[in-house]
Design a protein around this ligand. Structure first.
Ligand SMILES: Cc1cc2nc3c(=O)[nH]c(=O)nc-3n(C[C@H](O)[C@H](O)[C@H](O)COP(=O)(O)OP(=O)(O)OC[C@H]3O[C@@H](n4cnc5c(N)ncnc54)[C@H](O)[C@@H]3O)c2cc1C
Length: 348
């Protein structure tokens, strides 16, 4: 299908950026064939737009048709009862690697899959997110090319990380086979890039892992406002932050401090209000903590994703178990429904 030829100013600037809907995912920047856009916490136009329309057609906030993306990825649209998207299996999983378990966010599934696929030669690199050198609680895109790189990036930073910039860097470096890890908006952007298709990314990308996401947080608000000023915690003293009903901060001296999630939500990114997707419904594999302790709730959605998970299960790299009761499934459905309903009327 021919794409809508519309300028950056008429599409993304007017309806997405000026309305506070831009997530800063960077899809438009990495897709512009004329390099008209630069990235500075979001797209910035640096030379005259050639009106090819590609930027608008890869944006996760501009005229997205979920049903046509579902047709592309799954060969069908979701059924009415598939409230958290099309899926094959839902299970809980945990890495068997103690080194990964020590540094991961939940069950270390993401890190274990990436390491295993790298070692097997399925991928040569991963577009993921690591710690900013100066501010370790700030997420920054990383092109991970070794096991050590991948393990260093384990764990969650709750600020926004435009991992598509790492994907571009991999393509520029001619890394032929890559995995992509990202939030639901970024997975949507990747699928739109595949739908066009932008050949250089389609050829390089082997699979995607989507992270469940209620929202991202603004670094200055979360770290300076909440942690430093309100709670008196220095960022360098933080070992881990996790959200499990509450906002929980584990400090290096062993103390654990928690505040109601409501207090952290004050610093949530505004653009997240327009997001309908909690569980990365378009990814090959989707993962989240969902209140579990030391386990990752894992959803396989595509044949590719299911095969990868079966491969790491059969190699004994991760252990898996079925959901013990309906409570987790109900929670997943509730969270998905809540996010979708809250976003209604807020997108373009
Ligand atoms: C902003 C954000 C909000 C989230 N909200 C929820 C939620 O509401 N409910 C829920 O159940 N789960 C949420 N998650 C997912 C959860 O925190 C874990 O990432 C997931 O359970 C996988 O755990 P793991 O131990 O298998 O991953 P690990 O093995 O620890 O690997 C985590 C991977 O995530 C990548 N990563 C870290 N920070 C970011 C970032 N900011 N952006 C993109 N990639 C990143 C790392 O590069 C790493 O590859 C959220 C994640 C993020 C980034």
């Amino acid at each position: 299908m021919p794409i809508e030829k519309i300028s950056f100013e008429e599409s993304l600037k007017k309806t997405v950026i000026d309305n506070g809907l831009c997530t800063g995912c960077g899809a438009c920047v990495v897709s512009c064939p004329y390099n008209c856009l630069d990235y500075d916490a979001g797209p910035k136009i640096i030379s005259e737009c050639k009106v090819c329309g590609i930027c608008a057609n890869v944006c996760p906030r501009y005229n997205v048709s979920i049903t046509s993306l579902e047709q592309l990825i799954f060969g069908r649209e979701r059924r009415l009862e598939e409230e958290f998207g099309v899926f094959k299996r839902v299970l809980v999983a945990q890495t068997r690697d103690e080194n990964i378990m020590r540094v991961c966010q939940d069950g270390g599934v993401v890190t274990s899959i990436l390491v295993s696929m790298l070692e097997d030669g399925v991928i040569q690199g991963s577009a993921i997110s690591g710690k900013d050198v100066m501010n370790p609680l700030k997420a920054t895109p990383v092109l991970a090319l070794s096991k050590e790189d991948i393990i260093q990036c384990a764990g969650t930073r709750y600020t926004y990380s435009p991992n598509l910039l790492a994907l571009r860097s991999g393509v520029q470096k001619k890394i032929g086979k890559m995995a992509f890890v990202g939030t639901p908006c970024q997975i949507c952007a990747i699928r739109r890039i595949q739908a066009l298709p932008l050949k250089k990314y389609v050829e390089a990308l082997k699979f995607t892992i989507g992270l469940f996401c209620s929202e991202s947080f603004v670094y200055d608000g979360l770290v300076k406002g909440l942690l430093q000023e309100k709670m008196g915690i220095k960022p360098e003293d933080v070992e881990k932050i996790n959200i499990k009903g509450k906002f929980i901060i584990k400090i290096r001296d062993g103390q654990v401090k928690a505040v109601p999630l409501k207090e952290a939500k004050e610093y949530a990114c505004r653009f997240c209000n327009a997001c309908p997707d909690f569980s990365a419904e378009l990814a090959d594999i989707s993962v989240g903590g969902l209140g579990l302790d030391g386990w990752t709730l894992t959803i396989t959605r595509t044949d590719v994703g299911d095969e990868i998970l079966r491969r790491v299960e059969s190699k004994g790299i991760i252990k898996t178990k079925p959901l013990e009761d309906n409570k987790l499934m109900e929670l997943l459905i509730r969270m998905s429904r809540k996010k979708r309903e809250a976003s209604m009327g807020k997108t373009t």
